[in-house]
Structures are given as structure tokens and as C-alpha cells.
Design a protein around this ligand. Structure first.
Ligand SMILES: *Cc1c(COP(=O)(O)O)cnc(C)c1O
Length: 228
């Protein structure tokens, strides 16, 4: 089932990208494996999936210990500063940095192990009081503060738009995140990056996100099935 789902999604990424004049190679699929066992990750890995997303530090570190294959992990959940140490050790990228205290903690723990850590700024693009993320108007200040932290490498933006039934309703939020990233790039941020990453779109709306410029799509249910 996982192999089949991956195949369908890869085909759809190519189809949607080509349909809007984008190079499909710019779009990376993150298989969101939260609440699924490490055996599901290994099954996806056997079918060519290398990039995975996890939401919980404890769960992710247990799975990392069990894994026998090489994978890249992105953290996509809500991160508290007191979990920054483990996060800095096991993740290739932290997608959900939305405050300076967390950024400072990640920088400190990355320094301890002498590594650079890729991050995204999570933006609350729909200004939804129930969602985490920095407000769009505060993203610039946060990036300025983070530019003083030598171990952190901001690569772009991530968002979770407000929950909507019709994927088309998410389109303006995706569009706004891209506009914000372009504005920040024009102000000199992300200038050492080959591309400015935009992590947006999930199982129900990744096609819309690709049309609006996503470079990272985070897909769980459509690969692994319903979570318990
Ligand atoms: C769970 C989760 C996803 C994947 O959602 P699906 O609807 O299962 O594809 C994507 N992004 C974040 C931040 C998540 O927490």
C-alpha cells in the first residue's frame, strides 16, 4: 500500500508541477510518519523515500534508534526549548522555529555538537489564534535576530494554514507565504541558499501548494493511511 501510494503521489507531483510550468525536481516530498512505527518508515525507504517528517521528539528519537536505514528527518511539530537538545541531534531540519528563545536553544545545542542546523521559520500566515507560528509582520525581526546565531541556517518558511474543507480556500494562504518569502529574500535574507524553501501543503491540498510555489510538501495520510 505504501509503495502504491508513493507512486501515485510522485506521479501527481510531476503532473501538477508540469501543469503550472515548474520543474518537478524543485519539489521534495516529506513523508509524515508521526504515529506510524519505524517499520512503516523502512517500508517507504525501501521504495525510495528518503525524507520523513516527525512531530514529537520522544516518538522520533525512539524510531531513530530502531531504524536500520539512512533517512533524513525534518521536525514539523511544536517544539519547546527544553526539547531543543534532542532535536538538534536527530533532525536535519527544524521547520517550526517561531521564536527567538527556541532559536537560541537550538543554536546552543548545535554548537555543542559542532554542527550547523537548517531551520525554517514557521509563519502563522492566516493569523489563526489556534495556530503556532510567528505573525507575518514579525518574521523579518525574528530573522534579523536569528542572523546573530552562527549555527542556524534559515532556509525559508513553513506554514500550516487554518483548517479548511475545500483545498482551494488554502490557496490565498499559500500565495501569501510565497509573497512573504519573496519580500524577505529581496531584503537580503536566505541569500546563501540555493533555493528559498517553502514548506506548505498536506495530503488534501499539496496540489494547490505546488501551484503556489511549495518546495517541500508534507504528506502523511495519503502515504501511510489514517492515523489512530
Ligand atoms: C500531520 C501533519 C502533516 C501531514 O498531514 P496529512 O493530512 O496526514 O497529510 C503535515 N504537516 C504537519 C505540520 C503535520 O502535523
Amino acid at each position: 500500500m505504501i509503495a502504491y501510494n508513493l507512486k501515485i503521489i510522485r506521479e501527481k507531483i510531476i503532473q501538477v508541477a508540469e501543469g503550472c510550468g515548474r520543474d518537478p525536481a524543485e519539489i521534495q516530498l516529506i513523508a509524515v510518519s508521526k504515529k506510524f512505527p519505524s517499520s512503516s518508515i523502512e517500508e517507504a525507504a525501501r521504495h525510495g523515500q528518503t525524507l520523513f517528517g516527525e512531530n514529537y521528539i520522544q516518538e522520533a528519537s525512539e524510531k531513530v534508534d530502531e531504524l536500520t536505514c539512512d533517512v533524513q528527518l525534518h521536525f514539523i511539530g511544536h517544539l519547546q526549548s527544553n526539547k531543543a537538545k534532542t532535536a538538534a541531534r536527530i533532525f536535519h531540519m527544524i521547520e517550526t522555529v517561531d521564536n527567538f528563545k527556541l532559536a537560541r536553544a537550538l543554536n546552543k545545542h548545535a554548537e555543542e555538537i559542532q554542527r550547523n542546523l537548517k531551520i525554517l521559520i514557521q509563519v502563522n500566515i492566516g493569523k489563526d489564534p489556534r495556530k503556532s507560528g510567528v505573525l507575518p509582520d514579525d518574521a523579518r525581526k525574528l530573522l534579523e535576530d536569528i542572523s546573530t546565531l552562527p549555527r542556524l541556517e534559515p532556509c525559508g518558511l513553513m506554514t500550516m494554514p487554518p483548517f479548511v474543507k475545500d483545498p482551494e480556500e488554502a490557496r490565498p494562504h499559500f500565495y501569501n507565504l510565497r509573497r512573504l518569502s519573496e519580500e524577505l529574500a529581496s531584503q537580503g535574507f536566505f541569500k546563501d541558499q540555493p533555493i528559498v524553501e517553502l514548506s506548505m501543503g498536506m495530503s488534501s491540498d499539496y496540489h494547490v501548494a505546488i501551484e503556489e510555489g511549495a518546495t517541500l510538501i508534507r504528506v502523511g495520510t495519503a502515504i501511510f493511511g489514517q492515523r489512530k
